[in-house]
Design a binder for this molecule. Structure first.
Ligand code: CA
Ligand code: CA
Ligand code: CA
Length: 456
């Protein structure tokens, strides 16, 4: 019987091709070098490796055919024929039982006489010294996060491997499981608050792990530098729209959603991160996460209706706003008025909010309220550019100084009187300077001013 493999058969060539095919899964490595001369009296004996069962199959067929021919010859030696047929059939049976095992194990040749390194794949593998010289294994690096199943004749560091000898590895690995959660929502404002997703993995952290994803939701992300005038398609910046690497030594990584402060009316948008499948990991139950990007975007419109100074008080003015034909759909509105129970300084039931961006009825940017919740001038756009809407607007506001507003003395008795002897302060809606809030006063019986209505 052949005790050691001296050459590799045709079936082995096929298996070696498999072994050299790049694998998506993780691998370890086996390093070998020429063996040093064993010390006198030393040197261990390596167990002979049985001929691989794959090689038994052609041998069995050959013997069986030969046996058959003997039997067919009239003058043939029947005993020889029967013996050969029986041996061939027996080997064939053994071979067929062992073939699945043989195919399951990858066969890897250690073919470099000067030494080298080969991959250790997952599952079973055998390594055969085909270098023509005695070898020794100098290093075994298992595939990360894998457990050895301790096969017979396992390859170990320091093991001598005489010419033709083989050893084996068998590793079982568990793929990491990746999940995603929302860490924080984003807020668009003068000083935007970034949002974040956290992607986490289970298991070994020796190596970095590339994780793929898609970003959806109503908000639109960009990489790189945003344009100067941010468009509706530039809601946030992110390092990559498709992937992130969990670094070596870390079990999680954050994907930061850097909210961009635009002048686009987009009061509430969403970002959804969905994990994408990979051969390098499995995806856990938390496979997607949803983030909101809230913004302080609000609208201001000029009423289609026009009124004298008796608005029914502040509450009546608010009601006129919410019932007005020019009110955009959605939202609750309050009248921008100074009165006995509404004003900017001190803030009493004040309708503007510091840092909030305001947009007109067609969602064009008017201005951002400053830190004391009033507007600096000039505005980006007047409150109204429509000639069909009232130009004069009741306000009851004084511009005390730049950036500081107060309730004017003229408020038509806090907007409850149309007495011709009383007056109300007003502004012009088609101007972008301080006159948009305060020009002079009108008698309270004048009936054609409108109102500024602010979304709350
Ligand atoms: Ca957008
Ligand atoms: Ca936006
Ligand atoms: Ca916005």
């Amino acid at each position: 019987m052949i005790k050691r493999m001296s050459t590799l058969g045709p079936g082995s060539t096929f298996l070696l091709l498999l072994a050299s095919t790049p694998s998506l899964a993780q691998t370890g490595s086996l390093t070998y070098r020429p063996a040093v001369e064993p010390a006198a009296g030393g040197g261990s004996t390596v167990q002979a490796v049985p001929i691989p069962s794959l090689l038994l199959l052609p041998l069995a067929i050959g013997l069986a055919v030969l046996g058959g021919r003997y039997l067919r010859r009239q003058h043939g030696k029947k005993l020889h024929g029967i013996l050969l047929l029986a041996i061939g059939t027996g080997l064939g049976a053994i071979s067929s039982m062992q073939v699945p095992t043989a195919i399951a194990a990858l066969m890897i040749a250690l073919s470099q006489p000067g030494g080298g390194t080969v991959d250790i794949p997952l599952g079973e593998a055998s390594y055969t010294n085909t270098a023509g010289v005695a070898l020794a294994i100098t290093d075994i690096t298992p595939p990360p996060a894998c457990t050895s199943n301790s096969p017979a004749n396992e390859c170990v560091t320091g093991m001598p491997l005489p010419e033709g000898a083989s050893c084996h590895t068998d590793y079982t690995c568990t793929l990491p499981e990746v999940t995603v959660i929302k860490q924080a929502d984003g807020v668009e404002s003068g000083s935007p608050t970034p949002g974040a997703f956290t992607l986490a993995r289970t298991g070994d952290t020796t190596n970095p792990l590339d994780v793929s994803f898609t970003l959806g939701g109503s908000a639109t992300g960009i990489t790189g530098t945003p344009t100067a005038d941010l468009t509706d398609a530039e809601d946030y910046a992110v390092d990559s729209l498709t992937a992130v690497t969990i670094p070596a030594g870390a079990s999680s990584v954050d994907v930061t959603i850097t909210v961009l402060d635009d002048q686009v009316y987009d009061p509430s948008e969403t970002v959804e991160l969905t994990l994408t499948a990979s051969a390098a990991y499995t995806i856990g139950a938390e496979s997607a996460a949803l983030m909101s990007i809230s913004s302080e975007d609000k609208r201001i419109f000029v009423t289609a209706g026009s009124f004298n100074g008796d608005l029914g008080g502040i509450a009546g003015a608010d009601q006129k706003c919410n019932e007005d034909a020019n009110k955009p759909s959605g939202g609750v509105y309050a009248a921008l008025l100074g009165g006995a129970d509404r004003g900017p300084d001190p803030a009493v039931d004040w309708v503007l909010s510091a840092g909030t961006s305001y947009f007109n009825a067609t969602e064009d940017f008017i201005a951002r309220a400053n830190t004391v919740a009033v507007f600096d001038f000039p505005l980006n756009l007047p409150f109204s550019t429509s000639s069909s809407l009232p130009i004069e607007i009741w306000t009851g506001i004084d511009i005390v100084s730049a950036g500081r507003w107060a309730v004017a003395p003229e408020t038509c008795s806090s907007w409850s009187s149309s007495d011709t002897a009383l007056e109300g302060a007003f502004g012009w809606s088609d101007l972008d300077d301080a006159f948009s809030i305060r020009v002079i006063e009108l008698s309270c019986n004048v009936f054609d001013p409108g109102l500024y209505c602010v979304e709350q």
